[in-house]
Design a protein around this ligand. Structure first.
Ligand SMILES: [Zn+2]
Length: 288
């Protein structure tokens, strides 16, 4: 009788523990939406629109996006999911127009695929799903409660991180498929240099990689330089301008990158040469 009572109380504890956690995640979910709205509004008041970048994006995508520049030397960019991109001024200072467009295309992919909304929704969904599994498991294996509690938080964190990493790869792919892989890579290289991120991952970084929201920057650089498949994008491009740009970006230069990837000085020379060619060609194309 006493044992039964003890077991009943334990079940109540497990259910209430996870109920509190789920309620906490739901509270975070609601507050993050409200805070994002307030923050976005505040940013619009303190930032300035960049019409030149907006015009270039419109030419490429035939769609309107607002580009806000935040007065900060940070090198970062983000979106709330509305058709707005927020760039830190550091990006404008240190990057050329093609690299900025590559970064914007990455953000636009987040907008087009509703990544910010999906990420916000995933939090309470994971919390409820895993809490249900946890309570069920506790009924079957009552002695392993502490193990399951620890596992719960690890699995919760990994699921969120892996979803976020998937969205990052998807968005890098969008910029790559639009023909901006080389520029995305050089933009990442500048970020890596600015924040002194070592090229090689340390043992610790490899260990915690599963829990990170973004893939390691060296991996992203290699990925952006290696991807070449764009033919279907050329066929489906909305304008002659974007089709031409996609073709130009993939006119064999990526093959050279792959072969000499390890030779940094050669790679840099090719990068600057490609950039000069690109800028000249871009000017010509804009003329018609
Ligand atoms: Zn991203």
């Amino acid at each position: 009788m006493l044992d039964k009572k003890k077991k009943f109380l334990q079940e109540i504890d497990v259910v209430s523990f996870f109920s509190v956690f789920v309620l906490y995640r739901l509270f975070l979910f609601c507050s993050s939406i409200v805070l994002s709205l307030i923050y976005a509004n505040q940013l619009r008041k303190t930032s300035t629109r960049d019409k030149k970048i907006e015009k270039n994006l419109k030419m490429l995508l035939k769609e309107d996006y607002k580009v806000w520049v935040i007065p900060s030397t940070d090198m970062n960019a983000f979106t709330f999911g509305t058709k707005e991109i927020f760039l830190f001024h550091g990006i404008k200072q240190k990057m050329n127009m093609n690299e900025i467009i590559a970064i914007c295309l990455h953000e636009i992919s987040h907008i087009k695929k509703y990544h910010p909304l999906k990420t916000t929704l995933a939090d309470p969904i994971f919390a409820i799903l895993y809490a249900t599994i946890e309570v069920a498991l506790d009924l079957i294996f009552p002695n392993l409660l502490y193990f399951f509690v620890v596992a719960y938080f690890i699995v919760f964190k990994i699921s969120k991180a892996q979803l976020s990493q998937k969205f990052e790869w998807d968005s890098d792919d969008f910029a790559i498929k639009m023909g901006y892989g080389n520029y995305l890579a050089s933009a990442f290289m500048k970020i890596q240099k600015q924040y002194k991120i070592p090229e090689k991952m340390t043992f610790y970084e490899k260990m915690i990689e599963f829990f990170q929201s973004h893939p390691h920057i060296t991996k992203r650089i290699k990925h952006a330089l290696k991807k070449k498949e764009v033919l279907k994008d050329i066929v489906t491009s909305k304008s002659i301008y974007s089709a031409t740009i996609v073709l130009l970006h993939h006119s064999g230069l990526t093959l050279i990158y792959d072969k000499y990837m390890k030779d940094n000085s050669f790679k840099n020379k090719i990068m600057s040469l490609a950039e000069k060619i690109q800028q000249k060609l871009n000017l010509k194309i804009r003329g018609f």
